[in-house]
Design a protein around this ligand. Sequence first.
Ligand SMILES: Nc1nc2c(ncn2[C@@H]2O[C@H](COP(=O)(O)OP(=O)(O)OP(=O)(O)O)[C@@H](O)[C@H]2O)c(=O)[nH]1
Ligand SMILES: [Mg+2]
Length: 251
Amino acid sequence: MPGKLAIVPAYNEEASVGFVVDELHAHAPDFDVLVVDDGSTDATSRAARDAGAAVLRMPFNLGIGGTVQAGYQYALERDYDVAVQVDGDGQHEAGEVFTLLEHLRSNPDVDMVTGSRFLSIDEDSHRSTRSRRLGIAIFSRVLSLVTGQAVTDPTSGFRMTNRRGIALFARDYPHDYPEVEAVLMIHAHRLRSAEVPVSMRPRTTGVSSINASRSVYYMIKVLLAVLVGLCRARPVVEPGDRSPVVAESSI
Ligand SMILES: Nc1nc2c(ncn2[C@@H]2O[C@H](COP(=O)(O)OP(=O)(O)OP(=O)(O)O)[C@@H](O)[C@H]2O)c(=O)[nH]1
Ligand SMILES: [Mg+2]
C-alpha cells in the first residue's frame, strides 16, 4: 500500500531529534518517520531510535544535500507516494505537515509544496535574522523572476513532494545549501511547485549550519549555481506528459 514518509535530516541533534520524532508521531500519525543521521558525533541515532524512528546513518558527514537525497532514495526504493522533509532541530511544526498534505492532495498538478514562514500571519512565527532575511529576499527575487511565480521562502527546508518529486530528488539533489537550487530543479524539470503559509520556530539547541562568514559563501555559491542552472537545457516534455522527469541534463 502506498505510504507517506517524513525525512528528518539530523546532524548532532541529540537534544531535539527525539522531540521531533515524538511530535511527528503525535501530529502526523500517517507518516513513517526516517531520521537520516549525517555522521553525527553525538547520540542523534540513539535518540531517534529510542523515539521509534527508522534511522539511516551516513558513514561520515555528507552535508544537508546528501543527507536529504539519501532520504529520497529510501522513499523511492520503498515506493512511498508522499515525502515531507522536517528538520531535526525542531524548527518545523509537525502540526503543519497536514497543511502541506492538504494542499498537495487538493492540487494534483502540484508536485512540491513548501511551507513559507513569510506567508504566515502568525506574528510569533520565526522569520530568521535580519541579515539572513536580506539574503532570502535576494533569492526570492531571483527565483520568482526565473520561475515566473512568487517564491517567498526559497530557503525553507519544510517541503512535501509527490512521486514525481521523490523520483527527481532521489536521482539528483543539490549538495550543500540545497533549498534554493531545489526550487530551480523543480522548475527546470517542468514540475510544479507551490507555497503555503506555515509558522516556524527558532532553533533552540544544536549548532546552525549557517554563520556570518558562511552566509556570504552561501550567497555567492548559490547565485552561481542558479546562473549555471539557467544555462542548462530544460528537458522537453510532451503536452500532457506528467511522468517523472529524469533527463540526463539535470541540475
Ligand atoms: N549543521 C548541519 N546540519 C545538517 C548537516 N547535515 C544535515 N543537517 C540537518 O539539516 C537540517 C537543517 O540545517 P540547519 O543548520 O538547521 O539549517 P537552517 O534551519 O537553515 O538554519 P537555522 O535557522 O540556523 O537552524 C537540520 O536538521 C540539521 O541537523 C550538516 O552537515 N550540518
Ligand atoms: Mg534549522
